[in-house]
Write a protein that binds this ligand. Structure first.
Ligand code: CO
Ligand code: CO
Length: 303
């Protein structure tokens, strides 16, 4: 894929039916438990391969750790990453660690994709139904944790979703020969949605009441506990989003909230939707229909 398109991973064609997919991502801790941090970082790094309809097979650790960090903590981070990789069927074949004041961890991931079945941000078609595979609200919830204002149960729920692989969601997309897809991460729902709208030359019509949220998200949003990235995303992508007057400020900001290891946003042709939903249920993969693809440009958010 060329550098001009903002896709989730680099893709290099090896033959008509095989291409290599390469991606990397790493970040500072989003939770205070080292094992979960490692697990979330790994799930997040693997996600870009799934977001392209690929299958990861090998990875390398990328870590920056403080000098004084107890070895129990660094090994728990690595163990979280390794066990998540194993769950994905991925071998961690090595890696590299440097010293740094603030911990950083993630993976370099290599996978394969059939280029004829690849998902991309530019693959949405007018009429496609938009489906999301994880709830939003990870950014506000982890920010509340950092500010020591989060409820235990909300943290637990956020960790469960962030650690969840997008493997089954990606498998579903390939099985139903979908073409338009991406994963929701740092640019938030509207940022990544906007990348898709632009790359596909379409307008996304979103129904706000259908957007799934983590249990604590709305409450934290009403208190204004957003990470700085949410405001950056609004500044960056807000111009081409049209909100209905009924969609209030906290609801708008939740759509700009940066996600860590968020779900996939997929375009499903309407004639495939019923079968897609029943197959998702069979596989234990939650899916939420949150809008549709229309002719035009940008994103409209209705109540
Ligand atoms: Co991505
Ligand atoms: Co990424």
């Amino acid at each position: 894929m060329g550098l001009a398109s903002p896709d989730d991973a680099a893709v290099w064609r090896l033959s008509d039916d095989k291409a290599i997919v390469v991606t990397t991502d790493f970040f500072t801790p989003v939770v205070d438990t080292p094992y979960e941090y490692g697990s979330i970082a790994a799930a997040n790094s693997l996600s870009d391969v799934y977001a392209m309809g690929g299958q990861p097979f090998m990875a390398l650790n990328v870590a920056a750790l403080p000098d004084h960090l107890p070895v129990e903590i660094s090994s728990e981070i690595m163990r979280g990453g390794a066990e998540k990789a194993r769950e994905a069927g991925v071998v961690i074949a090595g890696g590299h660690t440097v010293k740094d004041k603030e911990p950083k961890f993630g993976l370099v991931v290599i996978g394969f994709v059939d280029p004829r079945k690849m998902l991309s941000k530019g693959g949405l078609k007018v009429g496609d139904v938009l489906v999301l595979t994880k709830p939003l609200g990870g950014g506000v919830t982890t920010t509340a944790l950092k500010q020591e204002r989060a409820e235990e149960q909300h943290i637990k729920e956020a960790i469960e979703w962030m650690s969840r692989l997008n493997k089954t969601a990606g498998q579903l997309a390939v099985e139903f020969e979908l073409r338009g897809g991406t994963d929701i991460t740092g640019f938030g729902f509207l940022g990544h949605g906007m990348e898709m709208a632009q790359a596909s030359g379409v307008c996304l019509a979103i129904e706000n009441t259908k957007i799934p949220l983590l249990s604590g998200a709305r409450g934290y949003a009403e208190k204004g506990i957003f990470p700085g990235g949410a405001f950056d995303n609004k500044g960056h992508f807000g111009e081409n989003v049209r909100f209905d007057a009924e969609v209030d400020e906290p609801a708008q900001m939740l759509l700009f909230d940066p996600q860590t290891s968020g779900g996939l946003l997929l375009g499903v042709p309407p004639e495939k939707l019923m079968e897609f939903e029943s197959r998702a249920k069979e596989l234990g993969q939650p899916v939420w229909v949150i809008g549709e693809v229309q002719a035009g440009q940008g994103i409209v958010v209705r109540l």
